[in-house]
Design a protein around this ligand. Structure first.
Ligand code: NOJ
Ligand code: CA
Length: 566
């Protein structure tokens, strides 16, 4: 294997151009056969991830949780869910990753806890006006007997953003705010104990060797619930649409005070712990989260939202590289995650399908986001899976040559398609239950991975899987793809190995090609060229290093990317 020109693992700025692989723990690998992915399962797959060539893993929540929102409803921020392991398992997992020179990033969920968190239970038990209630956002209801929600705010998952508790004396009581599911009460970030407790959590995991944090709903936290906003209904898609730092819920300026405190904790460690913000904010507001004094990096969902088109990719990449350079940071790229339809499927949908935003996510813009297709039944027969995969491979290979860090979502290295058809009785996502007319939920991208072409759960574990796997999953299994030199898995492996070898300064120069073709060169002569059209074009000159699909002599076929050395 070629030696990396820069040892990503030991460098303090390892995150700048890292390839980060997102693990959704309950759906990655199940060691004990209860159908739920677990930490021992993850540890058993470290050799797989090492051979894939990732620099870091990001684990979606593995904390104790009733799974009202896939684990983003946290009961205890400083423990492991007994359904998926123990703290000892966690330590063993981190040690295994570190031995393989893979960094570990964990999710931190500061906007809300679960309703089973000890503070929330105490708040309900202690009654109105108690200091316990003050750590959350409780209000009296409107109407003669307080029977109406305090305001018209709607939850991101549909329905009122307020729920009523029963007071200790058994009477119907106050209402609490939950911007997401009702099992996810929002913290009161004006309370010093909330601040202090999260610093304890950051130190707890940092002391256990965690290298960084992914910050859930980083643009939430601070709220201004002044009665003058009471008439407000809806959420501007969860984006601080006002863009002036004064939106009552999102991206308020003072949320950065929280991250300044966090930065001080990160810097207590050597190397400093890192963070990436999940912040759905307007482009000109992103720098606040990406600044060195803040969280340091922000997810950039612009490529995920873009249609597969040269002009959109060009504009998005240019804008984000400029924004990162302005603050001396590095940008992030992502096509798939646990909240959106897998990109191999999105890119194969009939033109014109779009729909409501993903919960917890902003609108997925001009590209086909797949929501409507899912709502209409998610029939795989309506997807041009071949085209979707061809485009996904081309888009990913193009993205992997860009400066910045690349976030991959488990299963995309297999070219996995969305499992769009899940029987209602098997669905888990709260969005489905709260608002099924407009939101079918995100279960289709969270179906457990296929590791082998056969077996009761395609090698996910010794027994079943907590979400049903479609029979065609067999074709995408790790074992099947490992044996096929042209598989998506082998493309990713080669691309990541080469990327390490070729890593260089975080700049690019665009090549003059044609309107449907986009290409750039990095300072060491590493070029990526994508033909976004469907007709072949002349292959640019240079030594071919890798391509996302077969090349014909002298030709770059449609919907194909090539890496060249010039
Ligand atoms: C964003 C997460 O990615 C999503 O899965 C979750 O539902 C919301 N935040 C709420 O925590
Ligand atoms: Ca298990």
């Amino acid at each position: 294997m070629p030696l990396a020109s820069h040892d990503v693992f030991t460098a303090p700025d390892w995150w700048r151009q890292a390839v980060v692989y997102q693990i959704y723990p309950r759906s990655f690998a199940d060691a004990n056969g209860d159908g739920i992915g677990d930490l021992q399962g993850i540890t058993s797959r470290v050799p797989y991830l090492s051979a894939l060539g990732v620099d870091a893993v990001w684990l979606s929540p593995f904390y104790p949780s009733a799974l009202a929102d896939g684990g983003y409803d946290v009961d205890d921020y400083r423990d492991v869910d007994p359904k998926i392991g123990t703290l000892d398992d966690f330590d063993a997992m981190v040690a295994a990753f570190h031995a393989a020179h893979i960094k570990v990033v964990v999710d931190v969920v500061p906007n809300h806890s679960s309703d089973r968190h000890e503070w929330f239970r105490a708040a309900v038990a202690a009654g109105k006006g108690s200091p316990e209630r003050d750590r959350y956002i409780f209000r009296d209801g409107k109407g003669e007997n307080g029977e109406l929600p305090p305001t018209g705010l709607q939850s991101i998952f549909g329905g009122d953003a307020w729920d009523r508790v029963t007071e200790p004396d058994g009477t119907p009581g106050q209402w609490y705010l939950h911007l997401f599911a009702k099992e996810q009460p929002d913290f009161n970030w004006d309370h010093p104990e909330v601040h202090a407790d999260f610093l304890t959590t950051l130190r707890f995991w940092s002391d256990r060797g965690v290298d960084g944090f992914r910050v859930d709903v980083a643009h939430g936290l601070k709220k201004n619930l002044d009665p003058k906003f009471d008439a407000m209904v809806g959420f501007d898609d969860g984006v601080g649409d006002l863009g002036d730092g004064q939106h009552p819920l999102w991206d308020r300026d003072e949320v950065q005070d929280v991250y300044a405190e966090w930065r001080a904790v990160f810097d207590e460690y050597d190397p400093p712990r890192t963070a990436v913000a999940e912040a759905w904010v307007l482009p000109h507001r992103q720098a606040r989260y990406s600044a060195r004094e803040g969280l340091g990096q922000t997810f950039n969902f612009d490529l995920l939202k873009a249609a597969f088109a040269a002009d959109e990719f060009h504009e998005v990449i240019d804008r984000n590289l400029r924004a990162a350079a302005d603050i001396g940071g590095s940008t992030t790229w992502v096509f798939s995650n646990h909240d959106v339809v897998r990109h191999a499927t999105r890119y194969g949908l009939p033109a014109g399908i779009s729909g409501a935003p993903a919960p917890g996510a902003a609108s997925t813009g001009s590209g086909n986001d797949g929501k409507q297709w899912l709502l209409d039944g998610g029939d795989p027969g309506e997807v041009d899976a071949e085209q979707g995969l061809r485009r996904a491979r081309a888009a990913t290979l193009f993205m992997l040559a860009l400066p910045g860090s690349a976030y991959l979502y488990q299963g995309e290295e297999l070219g996995l398609q969305e499992a769009g058809q899940i029987p209602d009785q098997d669905r888990q996502d709260p969005a489905f239950f709260r608002n099924r007319a407009i939101e079918i939920g995100r279960d289709g991208c969270r179906v457990p991975l296929p590791w082998t072409g056969e077996g009761s759960s395609f090698g996910f574990g010794p027994d079943g899987a907590h979400l049903p796997q479609p029979s065609w999953y067999a074709d995408y299994a790790v074992a099947v793809e490992s044996a096929d030199p042209a598989s998506t898995l082998n493309l990713y492996r080669r691309a990541l190995a080469l990327r390490h070898e070729l890593e260089c300064d975080e700049v690019l120069e665009w090549l003059e090609v044609s309107p449907s073709v986009l290409g750039f060169t990095r300072p060491n002569g590493w070029c990526a060229v994508t033909n976004f059209g469907t007709e072949p074009v002349a292959l640019p000159s240079g030594e071919v290093l890798l391509s996302s699909g077969p090349l014909n002599p002298g030709e770059l076929p449609g919907e194909t990317t090539v890496w060249l050395r010039r």
